[in-house]
Ligand binder design. Structure first.
Ligand SMILES: Nc1ncnc2c1ncn2[C@@H]1O[C@H](COP(=O)(O)OP(=O)(O)OP(=O)(O)O)[C@@H](O)[C@H]1O
Ligand SMILES: [Mg+2]
Length: 224
């Protein structure tokens, strides 16, 4: 099933001489059971694409459908529910809460979304897989960039979302951890039928992708 659709999406920032066309007539589908990679250099529109696809930003024009539902017609509250119950975001800025330990970051998710999150043993397995299970009592500022990045990945996956949207999830990781994250994303798609969409400039992730697109100056084209 198609999890995510963008039809003729444009996004423009600013006006006149300051005008930036961040996305230009983007047409895109992401399917359940597939890991889709969108590769592009800095400033090409990756974060704009991902945040629009995840309804965190609205397009200037064009349509976004999540699980075949046109989100334009949803109230702000319904959109929030949709994000909470169906989407997992790994944002470029990690978005961890600075005054909570790693363990408490997950407890916070439990407060906001009460059902359907990973069990304690599933979370433990995930933390072990990502090599961060020894760090659960530490605060974000006690961790390296790569450790925080892996905590952010685990936090995004903890609510067991059907659609995973990840922005540069491996930028701070060494090759061994890139391999773990690449395999994990592919496995979530193939074994758990999730739709995984990753925007990045990290070519190391190509090995794990079912479909590859390029984005240049806001224009998306299919590579594989
Ligand atoms: N809120 C905004 N206001 C004005 N311009 C913006 C805004 N957000 C993005 N842009 C512009 O849109 C273009 C695309 O930005 P975007 O952040 O999507 O790129 P990116 O591919 O994610 O870059 P990076 O790899 O550096 O994260 C850039 O020219 C950027 O300056
Ligand atoms: Mg970005």
């Amino acid at each position: 099933m198609t999890a995510l659709t963008l039809n003729h999406v444009n996004k423009t920032f600013g006006k006149g001489i300051a005008k930036v066309e961040a996305l230009k007539d983007v047409n895109f589908n992401a399917e359940q059971g597939e890991m889709t990679l969108i590769l592009g250099p800095s400033g090409s529109g990756k974060s704009t694409f991902l945040t629009i696809a995840g309804s965190l930003q609205t397009p200037t024009n064009g349509e976004v459908l999540i699980n075949n539902e046109n989100i334009r017609h949803l109230s702000a509250k319904k959109r929030e529910q949709l994000r909470l119950n169906h989407l997992g975001f790994v944002l470029q800025s990690y978005n961890l809460v600075p005054y909570l330990t790693v363990k408490e970051q997950f407890k916070l998710v439990d407060k906001v979304k009460k059902n359907g999150n990973l069990s304690a043993s599933q979370l433990d397995d995930l933390l072990k897989l990502l090599g961060i299970n020894q760090l659960i009592n530490k605060y974000p500022d006690q961790l390296s960039g790569g450790q925080n990045q892996r905590v952010a990945i685990a936090r995004a996956l903890y609510p067991d979302p059907e659609i995973i949207l990840a922005d540069e999830p491996t930028a701070a990781l060494d090759s061994a951890h890139v391999e773990e994250v690449g395999k994990l994303f592919a496995q979530l798609a193939h074994a758990q039928n999730k739709a995984v969409v990753v925007v990045t400039h990290d070519l190391r992730l190509k090995a794990y992708a079912d479909k590859i697109f390029n984005i240049t100056d806001g224009v998306i084209s299919r590579e594989k």
